[in-house]
Design a binder for this molecule. Structure first.
Ligand SMILES: O=C(O)C1=C[C@@H](OP(=O)(O)O)[C@@H](O)[C@H](O)C1
Ligand SMILES: C=C(OP(=O)(O)O)C(=O)O
Length: 437
């Protein structure tokens, strides 16, 4: 796909309802945990995005059969020791989650593997995973800069008591997946609570993974008998966030987002929106695992917001949208303690500032965040926006364009397929015809 034109005119608002695609983090985990369980794992409402397809191909390359049954994905698990040496380097594509979680999974396997990825992923730090894994006895060689390609020579692993210096669900999950294969129990202590989908899913599959009341200390007992399960993947809050934002900032909007995951380690965007004065009604749905809800969103006038370090993990992927919400809200908003944003698909602090400035937004970069001076309307200075190949930046700019009164172009719109291939179709379905992208 080449360039895509965004026609940015005032709209009569967003209307209608959406069933969001499946959660990306949960889809990855269902594939990986299914592959090391015995029997079949059926994944319903799996996210067919580029990142999750990287995980799917990787487990196939590790000898796991994956089939499709109607809309469901079926993983034919081989147990904790059933993976096979891959014939070629495993291609992680653009996916940090696939890479970090697979490093933990392969650290204790009885073979060697090499991980590669695309040009963005090759810039991202991997020692944050290989260093703590090495304390368990893992043998993982990164490139000199601590990046991909990574060579993993499987080793017998030891249980550890370890405190993680970075608040990262990917690092924590890698450690947990390695700890399942260790010789004794492990205790993993997080800096701040991060998304706990790995822990929830492993418990469902029969593992002994305990989270202490502090929400920071996780104890993993090794060598469990994981049994294949049916996983019903709820809608992705990180994808819903684009429409929560759009309906809030475009006047006269009223939409419903169905079956969205409301695990509290992921609802920072809801908390932030509500704190700013958004009009969102949450109707919880019955669920036996990950909690889900329908969300009704209507336009609202907002107040500025300050987010600090403790707020960041539950809203990490939605911070581009917080910058946009702040840009539409008269007054000064700040984001600090978010240096992790510099290590995503792009340096998101730099790219958010660069792209929002094109729209005339007054925004200042900090080493660990942003200061945004919001305004009712902006005066665009450059009509050609760019996703920089980063899905979340591309989608955020497409939502920002809804507030513009002039036509804008988005370069590299195809990046959205990393987490949300149907993004433009779904957005169009909520817009009036003359507003189509
Ligand atoms: O574990 C996961 O599924 C994810 C964790 C987060 O990354 P970090 O753990 O690096 O913060 C998040 O940004 C990413 O989109 C998905
Ligand atoms: C950072 C992200 O994903 P990953 O780390 O898996 O590439 C994201 O989806 O915003």
């Amino acid at each position: 796909m080449g360039k895509r034109k965004l026609i940015s005119q005032p709209t009569a608002g967003l209307h209608g309802e959406l069933l969001l695609p499946g959660d990306k983090s949960i889809s990855h985990r269902a594939l990986l945990i299914g592959s090391i369980s015995s029997g079949t794992t059926v994944i319903k409402h799996f996210l067919h995005s580029a990142d999750c397809l990287s995980t799917l191909q990787a487990i196939r390359d590790l000898g796991i059969t994956v089939t499709e049954q109607g809309n469901d994905i079926v993983v034919h698990g081989q147990g904790l020791t059933g993976l096979q040496a891959p014939a070629n380097p495993l291609d992680m594509g653009n996916s940090g989650t696939t890479t970090r979680l697979i490093m933990g999974l392969l650290a204790g396997q009885d073979f060697q593997s090499v991980l590669t990825g695309d040009s963005s992923l090759q810039k991202r730090p991997m020692r944050r995973v290989s260093d703590p894994l090495s304390t368990m006895g893992a043998d993982i060689q990164t490139a000199p800069a601590g990046t991909l390609p990574v060579k993993i020579t499987g080793q017998p692993l030891h249980g550890v008591h370890i405190k993680l210096p970075v608040a990262s669900a990917q690092v924590k999950s890698a450690l947990i997946l390695a700890a399942l294969q260790a010789d004794r129990s492990s205790t993993i202590i997080e800096k701040l609570p991060t998304r706990d989908h790995t822990e929830i899913m492993l418990r469902k599959f029969g593992a002994d993974v305990q989270t202490a009341p502090d929400h920071l200390t996780i104890t993993v007992k090794p060598q469990p008998e994981l049994k294949g399960q049916t996983v019903d993947v709820p809608g992705d809050m990180s994808s819903a966030a684009f429409f929560l934002t759009a309906a809030t900032i475009v006047p006269h909007s009223d939409i419903i987002l169905r079956n969205v995951n409301i695990n509290t380690t992921r609802t920072g965007i809801l908390d932030a929106l509500l704190k700013m004065g958004a009009n969102i009604q949450v109707t919880a749905l019955p669920s036996s695992g990950e909690p889900a809800a329908d969300l009704r969103v209507r336009s609202a006038d907002l107040s500025p917001l300050d987010l600090g370090e403790k707020d960041i993990p539950a809203i990490i992927d939605e911070l581009p949208l917080i910058a946009l919400l702040a840009a539409c809200t008269p007054g000064r908003s700040t984001i600090t303690g978010a240096q992790e944003l510099r290590f995503k698909e792009t340096d998101r602090i730099a790219v958010i500032a660069q792209e929002l400035r094109k729209l005339g937004v007054s925004i200042q970069e900090l080493p660990d965040g942003l200061i945004i001076e919001g305004q009712e309307t902006w005066r665009p200075v450059d009509p050609t926006l760019d996703s920089h190949g980063d899905h979340r930046i591309g989608m955020m700019m497409a939502i920002a364009a809804l507030r513009s009164t002039t036509a804008l172009l988005l370069r590299n719109p195809e990046a959205v397929a990393v987490s949300y291939p149907e993004f433009f179709v779904d957005l169009n379905s909520l817009l009036t015809k003359e507003k189509e992208l």
